[in-house]
Structures are given as structure tokens and as C-alpha cells.
Design a protein around this ligand. Structure first.
Ligand code: FES
Length: 312
């Protein structure tokens, strides 16, 4: 028994030591949890205070509405690009004097405007994170917020006095280096942890009809979860007709069949994204991707489904 326990302890230690240094470091930062909690409460409270328009604005900030794709990663290119240009212009001015100082100032200001928008969308996405993902997102968010403050100070110094320009240039350069680190953490959040990716992207499903049950398995108005060639599917009979969509929420993998259905729209039990059974479209965030849509039919009391169009 003792030998078994020691073996298990050794296995746990070995698997921990194989974890990436970044994840290990972030996992140990327990102090981030109350900070993250407070920020999430503030973000949720802000949108709640706006009432019904708040929900629509939040959907736009996630990218559910208007863009139809996660908005935050699209916006982050603006500050990264502008600030890179700004640092280049600053140092060309310092070294050669052939680039006017205003070039660096304008790039810094443009980057700052983009960064504020990116931060607003980032904090909106942060509202629905949890666990290690939330801690990693907090590190990313706090780093980038710090950068925004440094860049704002640099801009004020440049506008205040030419004498302060050298310090302002050093500050902007320092901020740019921190941006590189923050962007790395942001990339890890998406590519390593899977935040904001479509959680149905790696599924496939039947392109030909497969049996998933019989008529009596699908009573009117109730959702039923089935598997169709390995694809989790949720089926709803509404006004006699069968509708079928993927059962795994595209946002973060929530079980849609455990959610609530009203007027042919299912609400995810995890973060309340809403999807139409009729066409799988997302009609409420934080999800930004539609659900896989399936065609359901009944033949001789047998219910069959197939994908309406390929997932991959
Ligand atoms: S898992 Fe987040 S809304 Fe469904």
C-alpha cells in the first residue's frame, strides 16, 4: 500500500515537472484569484447596470454580433503594430534625426487608442473565464493594462516638454518589450488553453444518415442528447418537427442538453450563450461561433440525422 502511494506521489511530481514553466508559475499565483474575481464582478455589474442594451453591447464586444468572430484578437494587432512602428520611429529620430519626432508620437497615440478598445473587449471576454484559464488571462490583462498606463505616461511627457522626450522614448521602448511578453501569454491562452476557439472545430460527424433512436425517444418540447458517429448531438422536437444541433457549446464546451430551451432557442448552462435549433446560429454571446447543424428525419419510427454541411 505504502509502495503504491509513493509511486503515485512520484508520478504526480513527474507530471508536474513536465508542465510548462509558464503554466507552473501562473498556477502558483493564488493571489490572482481574488483580483480576478473582483474584476469579473465589476465587468458583469457594468453590463448588468446597462440593462437590455448592455447585453447587446456585450455581444458586440465579444464579437458575437457585427463581427461574427472573436473581436479581441483582431483588435490586438493595432497596438502591437503601431507601437512597433513607434519604437522604430523614435529610435530613428534619436540616432539619425531624419525621422520627425511626431512620427513616433502619432504611432504611440494610434496604438493607445487601439489598445484601449482591445482592453475593453479583453475584459469582456475575461468575464467568462475560470480556473487556470482565468489566472492566465489575468496575467495577460494586468500586463497589458500596465503597458497602457506606461504608454499614456510617455505620451503625456512628450506633449508636456521636449526635455522629457528622452525619458518618454525609453518608457515606450520598455513598454514595447513588456507587450511582447504579454502577447506571448495571450497567445498561450488561445493556442495552449483554448480560450475563444470554436470548441466544435475538432469534431466530425456523419455526412450520411445514421440512426440515433426511435420516435418515442424524442417527446415534444424536450431536448435529448445522442451521439452520431462520435458527434454529440442535441435533438429537440418542436411543433412535431425534429431539430438537431451539436450538443457541445462552441464557446467553452458546455453541455447544451442541460440548458434551457425556449421558443426553439437553447441557453447554455455555463455562460448563457444562446443558439437557435432551426439553423444552429448563435443569437447571444459570449459564444461567437454557430453550432454544427444537422438534418433530422423519421422513417418508419426510426430517427436519423446527418450533418447539414461539413464541420471541417
Ligand atoms: S460554454 Fe460558455 S456559453 Fe456555453
Amino acid at each position: 500500500m505504502e509502495i503504491d502511494r509513493r509511486r503515485i506521489r512520484r508520478l504526480i511530481q513527474r507530471s508536474r515537472s513536465r508542465e510548462r514553466a509558464l503554466d507552473r508559475l501562473i498556477r502558483a499565483q493564488l493571489w490572482l484569484d481574488p483580483v480576478a474575481e473582483a474584476v469579473q464582478t465589476a465587468v458583469g455589474g457594468f453590463y448588468d447596470a446597462l440593462g437590455t442594451p448592455g447585453r447587446a453591447i456585450k455581444d458586440v464586444m465579444h464579437g458575437t454580433r457585427v463581427l461574427g468572430h472573436p473581436l479581441h484578437p483582431a483588435l490586438t494587432d493595432v497596438p502591437v503594430g503601431a507601437w512597433t512602428l513607434g519604437v522604430l520611429a523614435d529610435w530613428l529620430f534619436v540616432v539619425s534625426g531624419r525621422v520627425p519626432p511626431i512620427a513616433g508620437d502619432l504611432a504611440l497615440a494610434a496604438g493607445l487608442a487601439g489598445a484601449i478598445l482591445a482592453a475593453l473587449t479583453g475584459y469582456t471576454d475575461f468575464h467568462e473565464t475560470a480556473g487556470h484559464e482565468r489566472r492566465t488571462a489575468a496575467v495577460h490583462g494586468l500586463t497589458m493594462t500596465g503597458v497602457i498606463v506606461i504608454e499614456a505616461i510617455s505620451l503625456v511627457m512628450r506633449l508636456s516638454s521636449p526635455d522629457l522626450r528622452p525619458i518618454a522614448v525609453v518608457l515606450s521602448t520598455l513598454a514595447w518589450l513588456i507587450v511582447v511578453l504579454g502577447a506571448y501569454v495571450g497567445g498561450h491562452l488561445t493556442f495552449g488553453i483554448g480560450t475563444a476557439v470554436n470548441h466544435n472545430a475538432f469534431y466530425d460527424g456523419p455526412t450520411d444518415y445514421v440512426k440515433v433512436g426511435s420516435r418515442n425517444d424524442f417527446p415534444e418540447g424536450e431536448m435529448r442528447r445522442v451521439e452520431a458517429n462520435g458527434l454529440p448531438v442535441v435533438i429537440l422536437r418542436r411543433e412535431g418537427l425534429l431539430h438537431a444541433i451539436g450538443a457541445v457549446c462552441s464557446h467553452a464546451g458546455g453541455p447544451l442538453h442541460e440548458g434551457k430551451v425556449e421558443e426553439g432557442v437553447v441557453t447554455c448552462p455555463w455562460h448563457s450563450s444562446r443558439f437557435k435549433f432551426e439553423d444552429g446560429k448563435v443569437v447571444g454571446g459570449p459564444a461567437t461561433f454557430d453550432q454544427p447543424l444537422l438534418v433530422a428525419r423519421e422513417r418508419g419510427g426510426v430517427v436519423e440525422v446527418r450533418l447539414a454541411h461539413p464541420i471541417k
